[in-house]
Design a protein around this ligand. Structure first.
Ligand code: NDP
Length: 256
């Protein structure tokens, strides 16, 4: 029997790449996001199924729960929907941006876990194990200037994952956190509200930022390991990046 995964934030970037890789590896996948046109296209290309839901909406997430329960158990939940809005100081940052970041990254992940844990438990009864993979960020572990709102949300998402792992101890359910550094996706375009030049400048001169495929590889790898092996926390950065704020632009060269 094929295993089945639910991936949130599946319409672009890391989530889309994860859907594609799961499908290549023979998983059934339910792709979840808000942009139906993109979900429809990805589903047509990969054979995934899709469901339109905004993770910040209680009603949408209740509908997702009902849909998943009707369509069978699941074996992995990938909490990937999220992102940043703005790059501002704690003093000047907009409350609205901070609320949106908290809602999508923290409460969205909480909603998905609360709604889909019963289906994961049903899957674990069949297959022996189930996985909750959450894409946080290195921003959830190390603060950087003007990142306060995103840092606060991702630190909170990290804390949620840590508490969950304690709460689920004793069940055959792995709780895995993937914390990427710089990944070249639409992340910065969203952060800067569609300002392409500002988004491009983030990656300017960085020879090889991570790709969405790099992160998908680690997500799928972590759930395909033997069921007793729990990668609690996977931190992945491009070699050019030592910390969120310590980044080499230009070729990497050995020192004499
Ligand atoms: P993208 O902007 O390409 O992808 C974000 C995805 O989340 C989209 O599919 C978007 O779909 C979905 N999404 C956003 N808001 C909602 C919502 N309210 N409800 C449902 N889905 C939503 O960026 P990435 O792929 O880079 O981001 C994926 C995750 O990785 C995020 O959690 C991000 O914080 C994290 N991350 C990214 C890094 C990077 O450098 N790129 C680094 C570290 C972590 P739609 O708009 O259709 O709903």
């Amino acid at each position: 029997m094929a295993r089945r995964a639910v991936v949130t934030g599946a319409s672009s970037g890391i989530g889309e790449a994860t859907v594609r890789l799961f499908r290549e590896r023979g998983w059934e996948v339910l792709a979840v996001a808000r942009r139906e046109d993109r979900l429809r296209q990805i589903a047509a290309e990969t054979g995934a199924t899709w469901f339109r839901a905004d993770v910040t909406s209680d009603a949408d997430m209740a509908a997702l729960r009902a849909h998943v329960e009707e369509t069978g158990p699941i074996h992995a939940l990938v909490n990937n929907a999220g992102g940043a809005f703005g790059l501002d100081s704690v003093e000047a940052g907009s409350i609205d941006d901070w609320q949106r970041m908290f809602d999508v990254n923290v409460l969205g992940t909480k909603r998905a876990i609360s709604g889909l844990l019963p289906s994961l438990r049903a899957g674990a009864k069949d297959a022996g194990s189930g996985d909750i993979v959450t894409v946080t960020s290195i921003a959830g572990h190390i603060a950087y200037e003007n990142g306060g709102g995103y840092n606060a949300a991702k630190f909170a998402e990290h804390a949620l994952v840590a508490a969950l792992r304690l709460e689920l101890n004793g069940e055959p359910l792995r709780v895995i956190e993937i914390a990427p550094g710089m990944v070249k996706t639409d992340f910065s375009l969203v952060r800067f509200d569609g300002d392409q030049a500002r988004a491009d400048a983030v990656y300017d001169g960085v020879v090889a930022p991570l790709t969405a495929d790099d992160i998908a590889e680690s997500i799928v790898h972590s759930v395909e390991l033997p069921a007793h092996v729990n990668l609690d926390l996977v931190t992945i950065k491009p070699v050019a990046q030592a910390q969120p704020y310590k980044l080499t632009r230009g070729e990497l060269t050995t020192r004499d």
